[in-house]
Design a protein around this ligand. Structure first.
Ligand code: PMP
Length: 374
């Protein structure tokens, strides 16, 4: 055991723009009811576990070789999967996959952001848009959403013209506020992005499968919007967060751009095999979506009866409040064995729609916390 010379983070030649920053991450606490990271509560069935195991074993027989670098077969499967939501057939060349949609977002910023460039978002929204911008040395510009957390299409287009970003982030359904964007907002931003020239519009649809009926996906706009990118993930509706698979649909030229920044063999053969097996079981996995949506709707209906406000949800989570001290409510719930998310949004907390029993526990704990400190 040789002693290591001490070193502190401050003494390392870290980039100035990263100094004083904290890593992103929700607490991973050992709590009975975990409703804080928008996971799907349904573990894979025994049959699917078996199929995933077999796919991994098969991949293991060739583990001495690098994986298929372009992940063509997986991208073809994803293209097929997206077809109903898009309303038209997609091609492998219009799909791209990486280790979680966070990596897809990072690759987009590596290709289209970077030093001297700006990314624009409408907050509150998914904080990784800001943090990945920072990590890729892209200047982050935040515009506020309206008081009801919607985005006004005229104001959004105006923000694009004023700030002249290289990348605009829209999140639909938006994390943490949960409501999907009407397509006129996406269209208005795309038109403004075309006007200023050279601006990509990224619609993060990580929670797309949980949309209420009648809310179309931004995928439907792809044919007419060459700079539009729609990102998705297998972490939520597909109940595959552990496998780390995210993807996007866009014009093939966008995929060509991402090929310039992706690391060679970035998607392991195990990941590709597991993702393809999950896609082959899409019906089973997506069968959980309706059950999750039912619990989401139940929370949206039930919390107001406790005097709690909710924001309309197209996702697998609900933003609820308004508390004079949301941290105290968060702590009270945690003390009762229920972990929800405090995103630092004054007055609000976010709860993921879990199993029926978990939601019972959540509602009962919340009732007790509110009774103790109204
Ligand atoms: N986008 C949004 C809006 C999210 O909430 C998340 C996960 N919390 C992601 C992207 C990233 O998910 P993943 O990397 O697991 O695909």
């Amino acid at each position: 055991d040789r002693p290591w010379r001490p070193v502190t983070l401050d003494s390392l030649p870290l980039r100035d723009d990263l100094r004083g920053r904290s890593p992103y991450g929700a607490p991973q606490l050992d709590v009975a009811v975990r409703l804080n990271t928008n996971e799907n509560p349904y573990a894979p069935s025994a049959e699917l576990v078996d199929a995933l195991g077999k796919a991994s074993t098969l991949a293991a027989t060739e583990a001495n070789r690098y994986p298929e670098r372009e992940a063509e077969a997986l991208r073809a499967d994803l293209a097929y999967y997206l077809t109903p939501d898009a309303g038209f057939g997609l091609h492998t060349s219009q799909l791209w996959a990486a280790n979680g949609s966070n990596e897809v977002l990072q690759q987009l910023l590596q290709a289209f952001g970077g030093p001297g460039r700006r990314a624009l978002g409408f907050e509150p929204s998914y904080s990784m848009h800001r943090l990945i911008s920072l990590a890729t040395a892209t200047q982050w510009i935040a515009e506020d959403r309206s008081d009801d957390y919607t985005i006004d299409p005229v104001a959004a287009a105006d923000a694009v013209r004023r700030h002249q970003p290289s990348v605009v982030f829209l999140c639909s359904p938006n994390n943490p506020t949960a409501t999907a964007l009407p397509l006129d907002v996406v269209k208005a931003v795309c038109v403004a992005a075309e006007e200023i020239g050279g601006c990509m519009v990224v619609v993060d649809e990580a929670y797309g499968e949980f949309r209420r009926s009648g809310v179309p996906s931004a995928l439907t706009l792809l044919p007419e919007q060459p700079k539009l990118v729609v990102t998705r993930t297998m972490s939520k509706a597909f109940a595959l967060a552990g496998a780390r698979v995210g993807y996007l649909a866009a014009h093939p030229a966008v995929v060509d751009a991402l090929q310039l920044v992706r690391l060679p063999y970035h998607l392991s053969s195990f990941t590709q095999a597991v993702a393809r097996t999950a896609l082959a079981h899409a019906d089973e996995l997506l069968g959980t979506v309706e059950a999750v949506k039912a619990q989401r709707d139940r929370i949206v209906d039930e919390l107001p009866t406790l005097g709690v406000r909710v924001v309309p949800s197209d996702a697998n989570f609900v933003l609820f409040g308004l508390f004079s001290d949301q941290r105290a409510v968060w702590q009270g719930l945690l003390d009762a064995g229920v972990l929800v998310r405090d995103l630092g949004l004054p007055g609000w907390l976010r709860v993921t729609a879990g199993l029926p029993g978990e939601m019972d526990a959540f509602v009962n704990a919340l009732r007790a916390v509110l009774a103790a400190s109204p």
